[in-house]
Design a protein around this ligand. Structure first.
Ligand SMILES: Nc1ncnc2c1ncn2[C@@H]1O[C@H](COP(=O)(O)OP(=O)(O)OP(=O)(O)O)[C@@H](O)[C@H]1O
Length: 240
């Protein structure tokens, strides 16, 4: 089943002399069970592609479909509901709410979706356990836990519930290499269980966890390959 489909998607910013082609005519399909890595030099359009896939931004032209629904066909309320239910997003900077505990942060999408606080907490504790955080850590606030733990909370929040599309923008950024690998394993496991994943990474070793690597340059998809066929050689080709 196709979870994400980008059809001729372009995104420009600004006008006239300031016109920037952040993404140009991108076609991409991700099936359930697949993890796709996006690589490319700084400014090549990776975050733009991820934001469009998650409905956080809208294309200038082309269509983005999540589980067959054209995102542009949804009004704001329905788009927000689809994002909460179907899309998990791990941001570079975690985006945890400082006044909420780890468990409350992880439970937030479910509570926003109308689940009772008790049920949401139960699922949040299970999601936190999945990323290696125990009940004691679950009741700590973001400023009482380490960067690595905060990142795990962000991952738990992205994976909680039945999210079928998981988008991760450099999710291992602040982590030591061991914890980074653990995070990628979690992503991989979730995709093996039927989700579709999109992972922005600068690290060819991390791309090795993906089924495919999509390489961007100047907003264009310039190559797409299985990682073992040479994520390193793709990087060399871009001269980055
Ligand atoms: N809101 C915006 N207004 C103007 N230009 C923008 C905006 N967002 C992105 N861009 C431009 O679009 C291009 C693609 O940016 P994007 O952030 O998608 O690249 P990236 O590959 O994720 O970069 P990095 O690896 O540095 O995060 C860049 O030239 C960027 O300056």
């Amino acid at each position: 089943m196709t979870v994400l489909h980008l059809k001729g998607v372009s995104r420009t910013h600004g006008t006239g002399e300031n016109l920037v082609h952040a993404l140009v005519d991108a076609d991409l399909t991700i099936e359930a069970g697949e993890l796709v890595a996006i690589m490319g030099p700084s400014g090549s359009g990776k975050s733009t592609l991820l934001n469009l896939a998650g409905g956080l931004d809208a294309p200038t032209s082309g269509e983005v479909l999540v589980e067959g629904t054209v995102l542009a066909s949804l009004n704001k309320k329905r788009l927000a509901a689809l994002r909460r239910r179907s899309v998990g997003y791990v941001f570079q900077d975690y985006n945890l709410v400082p006044s909420l505990t780890a468990a409350e942060n992880a439970a937030l999408p479910l509570e926003l979706d109308g689940l009772s606080a008790g049920k949401a907490r139960k699922l949040a504790l299970a999601a936190l356990e999945e990323v290696g955080l125990d009940a004691k850590q679950a009741d700590r606030f973001p400023d009482e836990i380490s960067g690595g733990q905060a990142q795990r909370v962000a991952i738990a929040r992205a994976l909680i519930g039945e999210r079928r599309l998981v988008l991760a923008d450099e999710p291992t950024g602040a982590l030591d290499s061991h914890t980074g690998e653990e995070v990628l394993k979690l992503l991989r496991r979730r995709c093996d269980a039927g989700a579709a994943g999109l992972l922005v990474t600068h690290d060819a070793r991390h791309a090795g966890w993906a089924d495919r690597v999509v390489f961007l340059r100047d907003g264009k998809i310039v190559d797409s390959s299985a990682p073992l066929a040479g994520a390193d050689s793709l990087l060399e080709g871009a001269g980055s």
